[in-house]
Write a protein that binds this ligand. Structure first.
Ligand code: NDP
Length: 460
């Protein structure tokens, strides 16, 4: 007769095989979409303990359903450049899961955008949005359009063409896009203007990240970066560490990066390095954030310009080299897969104590496994960067109620939400037998909320 332990082991092996089967189907149905496969694998691998405790998720085919987007829209985006030439880009919107609310997720304009990138981001968004506790489903969109070097007029015409098609598929109770890489307040403004013109009405809640003068929320710009630091602060506190007097490296110099640097500095950290896609700067005495903000937010220049004004700082022509700068805390806030196994090894050998992902999926599987093996505190992006979408949801709430909260009010709410995301992820990790593993905790906590809602709504 088999012992209880053997029975349990066989049961777990069956679940493992079932998960592998779901994953193989995803790969077969979505060939050559490596980023999407990577995001799905990370979530599925975390779910074994949740499926062991909740076998009805298997009977109800929740995994098979959750990996398949409810809808994927691909469309042509034609526009006219300043020379009068017609250009054509490809637009995407994936409406992934609406079990707990209207689809919600950003729009990315970047030449690397394709179905794999948008699906990986949309899939992650389902669990991230569930973790916030807000009533928002998962979605994501974008285009393979490169805003770099484009005039203001070209950006506006592109946004108008993009929205001419997208407007058919979104609405305040249907799907509410926001910004992401390459889409900031300016682009959201052009997108909103075109939506308003097409619809013939002022539906403020259709987009978030709007300008403050027409329905935007205070503290939205700061939300993702601040939220990442709030989350990491909780994780550090639990381990008798803090930002004060620590050395911090933050990749990128865009929206998330700038406000992660700002909050880390406010908490007493010395932020010594940041980057863009061409290279990184190292300023031993501490980055001058006013210079970075002016260069990046106002003048739209490259980060190497920084050293002209701060000659003690060093510029290196290799963005991934930033991970060789010794630090206590590393905050990857630029893009996917920016920390590979090699970079992770360098961070570990230089004594890094904590990693907080401000970007989406910035660490590869191998890098994450190394951090976990070496007991480096690790805050996964899905949980740590959920501050942006949380405040987007608060923007929707303010739009519905036709009022606007003060910066302090929004920031306090953001802080409370990030603390609660941390607590829920930590508790889920403990409940499901992986104490301290916030990857498992965040994936399960987000998954359970969506899975339960899907079951209550029947097979749809
Ligand atoms: P931005 O476009 O504002 O900034 C991106 C920054 O990353 C730029 O400085 C860019 O440099 C830099 N970058 C891009 N590729 C690399 C690279 N390989 N190495 C170093 N730097 C690089 O985007 P966001 O700050 O909004 O987004 C950053 C990340 O955060 C993305 O993963 C996004 O999905 C995620 N995120 C964003 C949220 C938001 O509210 N904005 C919410 C949650 C997640 P360059 O200018 O040269 O391209």
């Amino acid at each position: 007769m088999k012992s209880l332990e053997q029975v349990e082991q066989t049961h777990n092996e069956h679940i493992d095989q079932y998960i592998q089967h779901v994953f193989e189907t995803v790969k077969k149905r979505n060939p050559h979409e490596s980023e999407f496969h990577q995001a799905v694998k990370e979530v599925l691998d975390s779910l074994i303990p949740a499926l062991v405790q909740n076998p009805h998720y298997i009977n109800q085919a929740i995994l098979e359903r959750i990996v398949e987007p409810e809808r994927v829209i691909t469309f042509r985006v034609p526009w006219v450049d300043d020379q009068g030439h017609v250009q054509v880009n490809r637009g995407f919107r994936v409406q992934y899961n609406s079990a707990i609310g209207p689809y919600k997720g950003g729009i990315r304009f970047h030449p690397t955008v394709n179905a794999s990138i948008i699906k990986f981001l949309g899939f992650e968004q389902i669990f991230k949005n569930a973790l916030t506790g807000q009533p928002i489903g998962g979605g994501k969109g974008g285009a393979d359009f490169d805003p770099k070097g484009k005039s203001d007029g070209e950006i506006m015409r592109f946004c108008q063409s993009f929205m001419s098609e997208l407007s058919k598929h979104i609405g305040p109770d249907i799907d509410v896009p926001a910004g992401d890489i390459g889409v900031g307040a300016r682009e959201v403004g052009y997108l909103f203007g075109q939506y308003k013109k097409i619809r013939g009405g002022f539906e403020a809640g259709v987009l978030t990240g709007k300008g403050i003068g027409y329905g935007g929320s205070l503290a939205r710009k700061e939300a993702t970066g601040y939220g990442t630091v709030y989350f990491v602060e909780e994780m550090l506190k639990d381990n008798d560490l803090c930002f004060k007097d620590s050395t911090v490296v933050v990749s990128g110099s865009g929206n998330v990066s700038i406000y992660a640097m700002e909050k880390a500095m406010e908490l007493g950290a010395n932020v010594v390095a940041c980057s863009d896609s061409s290279g990184y700067i190292y300023d031993k005495k501490g980055i001058n954030l006013n210079t970075v903000k002016r260069l990046k937010e106002v003048e739209h220049k490259r980060i190497h310009e920084y050293v002209k004004e701060h000659p003690d700082a060093i510029y290196t022509d290799d963005p991934s080299g930033i991970w060789s700068v010794p630090c206590d805390i590393a905050l990857p806030c630029a893009t996917q897969n920016e920390i590979d196994h090699h970079s992770a090894q360098i961070l570990v050998s230089n004594g890094v104590k904590a990693i907080g992902e401000g970007a989406n999926m910035p660490s590869t599987h191998e890098a994450i496994n190394l951090f976990l093996k070496e007991n480096i505190l690790f805050a996964p992006g899905k949980a740590a960067n959920a501050g942006g979408v949380s405040v987007s949801s608060l923007e929707m709430a303010q739009n519905s109620a036709r009022l606007s909260w003060s910066f302090e009010e929004v920031n306090n709410r953001l802080h409370r939400i990030m603390k609660s995301i941390y607590r829920n992820s930590k508790d889920a990790a403990e409940t499901y037998g992986a104490p301290g593993n916030l990857v498992v905790g965040a994936n399960i906590a987000g998954f359970v909320r969506v899975a339960d809602a899907m079951i209550e709504q029947g097979v749809i």
